[in-house]
Ligand binder design. Structure first.
Ligand code: CTP
Length: 406
């Protein structure tokens, strides 16, 4: 779901080396379909030119409250009236202090002060040296701007332009984009604790070999992200996949179906929603060899015996919590034929109120998918779209089905 499409963002730059990241941030915002109105302090102009920011945003940059381009000479009023948010990135220690004092002696702080605070939120992405970040004055000022209603994004930890290492780095542009997307997502899952399984499992044959499948984990990770953006506390139990953990999501890494089950059972005790997207191996080798199985030269091939893995979704769906209605369970079904018949039967067999069908394994690893929802009333097409878009739609559908008071 592209929460930033059509949004009008006033991007304020205060002075700091991190101004170079504002250029990339502008590019990402424009790419996401937002309009970006850049406003710079005089100090920001020492680090990056208005020409660069104008070229990237496609709009004239403002830097002075005496800008005669505005017919009424009031850029501090005009610029904020059509904004969906004002984002200060980078936000220097000095700029935070100015916000605390309600200063109005240059355009950017004047603009923040004069914004209609009830409908134009203020977001700050601080950037400063670690000593400045840790200073009691900055701590005090940050607490005050937060109390005044500003949202503080970050900060990051790491190597700083001054050569020191610590807290105070501005978040990376991609991280700020994630924070913004989350900010603009309606909090339909506020107060919910969502548990998601994702990816394949790996069933060992010996220390170097095993059986797995082609699940990329992308759909499950997209759902964990969307649930987080919708305000839920999210735990993601993930099989072996090479995907970054969505911001703000707690990840438990597992390998085998048995490990996944052992991780899920205690987590399900505290969850209110369980979404099983993992492509769990149905069978595992009966005995994993402790040493690598060697060829003995006879040309004979080893025979593998299998045992069935426990069904994680069905086990959780039969738990006391799920049966009492305290835990809403959602299953997935990858079918290669006759989706409606197989998925409808699977929903009943697994004992879940909602099952999401996707025609696999063709979608494994792809960025797009096509989903169909199955519930007691029948089925409903969610359409074909990116996995992120579908994850957002699915979260809405889940939220709609949750008991009102939890
Ligand atoms: N699932 C699970 N534990 C298993 C097998 C499946 O939790 N051991 C979950 C999956 O995460 C998914 C749902 O059950 O949410 C359906 O998985 P799927 O592989 O489509 O179905 P199976 O139960 O394996 O049935 P079949 O292979 O016969 O289609």
């Amino acid at each position: 779901m592209n929460e930033l499409a059509g949004k009008h963002i006033v991007l304020g730059l205060s002075g700091g080396v991190a101004c170079y990241k504002a250029a990339e941030l502008t590019r990402l915002l424009i790419k996401a379909g937002a309009t970006v109105q850049v406003v710079m302090t005089e100090a920001a102009g020492q680090f990056i030119t208005p020409v660069t920011m104008q070229a990237l945003s496609g709009r004239a940059v403002y830097g002075s409250q005496w800008d005669a381009r505005e017919a009424n000479n009031m850029p501090h009023i005009n610029l904020s009236r059509e904004a969906d948010a004002i984002l200060i990135a980078p936000c220097s220690a000095d700029f935070i202090a100015r916000l605390v004092q309600g200063r109005a002696d240059e355009l950017l702080s004047l603009l923040c002060l004069a914004r209609p605070a009830d409908r134009v939120p203020l977001l700050l992405a601080p950037a400063m040296n670690r000593e400045m970040w840790a200073h009691p004055a900055t701590r005090r000022n940050l607490a005050q701007v937060a109390a005044d209603g500003a949202a503080v994004l970050g900060v990051g930890n790491g190597e700083q332009a001054c050569g020191e290492t610590g807290d105070g780095r501005m978040l990376e542009p991609a991280e700020i984009m994630e924070e913004l997307a989350a900010f603009f997502t309606p909090k339909r899952l506020a107060g919910q604790r969502v548990l998601v399984t994702a990816g394949p499992t790996f069933e060992a044959i010996d220390p170097v070999r095993g059986i797995t499948n082609r699940s990329s984990g992308k759909m499950g990770f997209a759902i964990a992200r969307a649930a987080r953006h919708a305000g839920a506390e999210v735990t993601l139990v993930a099989g072996p996949v090479d995907l970054p953990t969505p911001r703000g999501v707690r990840r438990i890494a597992v390998q085998s179906a048995q490990e996944m089950l052992q991780a899920v059972i205690p987590q399900a005790q505290g969850a209110t929603v369980f979404i099983a997207t993992a492509a769990v191996a149905d069978w595992r080798p009966a005995q994993a060899a402790t040493q690598k199985i060697k060829k003995d030269g006879s040309g004979e091939v080893p025979t593998l015996g299998f045992v069935e893995n426990e069904d994680i979704l069905a086990t959780v769906a039969q738990s006391e919590r799920a049966r009492s209605g305290a835990l809403f369970c959602v299953g997935f079904a990858a079918e290669s034929e006759d989706l409606v018949a197989h998925a409808s039967a699977k929903r009943v067999r697994k004992g879940v109120p909602l099952l999401v069908g996707n025609i696999g394994p063709a979608t494994f690893g792809q960025d797009d998918n096509a989903l169909v929802l199955f519930d007691a009333q029948g089925h409903q097409d969610l359409g074909r779209a990116s996995k992120h878009e579908l994850a957002g739609r699915l979260v809405e559908e889940i939220a709609r089905r949750l008991p009102a008071a939890r």
